[in-house]
Design a protein around this ligand. Structure first.
Ligand SMILES: [Zn+2]
Length: 266
């Protein structure tokens, strides 16, 4: 049943993205032809996916690196105001995508927690020790965690991708993807890799607005590589996010295609 809901939003995401044709092509060949990027293997429920050479993925990133233009952040910001800026941009992106498909959209609430702040969520109390997570209409971000782990060496767009990943979970919530996961129709790894892909779709829109710096997307790729599952994590682990290669491939695929309709990781 969730397939119909996915297709509903899929149409919206395709229409909302500058690089995707209005009539959504569904064949893998068409996807590849228009994006120039081979679709990553889906994660089957009957076994781990096959891996391709990681270097090929990274070569593709470098080959498609956008040229230096305006900076994503329009002026120097504190981490807290930067998180607000990114969250509001991602929220506007999904709002337009959903309304383009005639689907209702309600923004999530975003919380940027300093060391002593807490927020009550449907998944328990969130603190700054939690890094970043999404739960039932709440995007919870830790200012000290993002500063220490994502922003190191001025990686502003790595931080933006974390925010976009959490907001992608909100789009999944509104679309019924998270409900499908609760019913056991999708695994954690499907949902997480789709969120990576949808973060890439948003990054595509940033690129087409001329707001990416040279090297910004590489920051996001490096981050996806750092936050991978421990070696040997089973694909059906209830908290699986994917290997570094899977995460990079799906982030890149969303970035290259700009089409949420193609973020089918299952
Ligand atoms: Zn996630």
């Amino acid at each position: 049943m969730f397939v119909h809901r996915v297709l509903g939003v899929a149409a919206a995401l395709t229409l909302s993205c500058a690089v995707a044709p209005a009539g959504a092509a569904t064949a893998a060949q068409d996807e590849q032809a228009r994006s120039g990027v081979e679709k990553p293997s889906v994660v089957k429920t009957h076994g781990p996916r096959a891996h391709g050479p990681e270097s090929a993925v990274l070569d593709t990133v470098v080959a498609h690196r956008p040229s230096a233009r305006a900076s994503f952040a329009p002026y120097p910001m504190t981490m807290r105001s930067y998180l607000r800026y990114v969250g509001s941009d991602v929220n506007a992106f999904w709002s337009a995508a959903f309304s383009g498909a005639g689907m209702p959209y309600k923004p999530a609430r975003q919380y940027a927690l300093s060391r002593r702040q807490r927020v009550r969520t449907a998944c328990g109390i969130g603190t700054s020790a939690d890094g970043a997570f999404y739960c039932r209409n709440k995007v919870v971000l830790s200012v000290p965690w993002l500063t220490r782990h994502a922003y190191q060496d001025s990686r502003d767009f790595a931080v933006a991708i974390v925010v976009a990943h959490e907001w992608a979970h909100h789009a999944q919530q509104l679309d019924g993807i998270l409900a499908a996961q609760r019913k056991g129709q999708l695994l954690s790894i499907h949902v997480e890799l789709q969120a990576d892909c949808l973060a890439g779709v948003w990054a595509n829109s940033v690129y087409h607005r001329g707001m990416l710096d040279d090297g910004d997307f590489e920051e996001a790729v490096a981050l996806a590589q750092e936050f991978q599952d421990a070696p040997g994590t089973p694909f059906d682990d209830p908290a699986a996010h994917g290997t570094a290669q899977q995460r990079v491939e799906w982030l890149l695929y969303g970035y290259e295609t700009g089409s949420g309709a193609d973020c089918t990781t299952w």
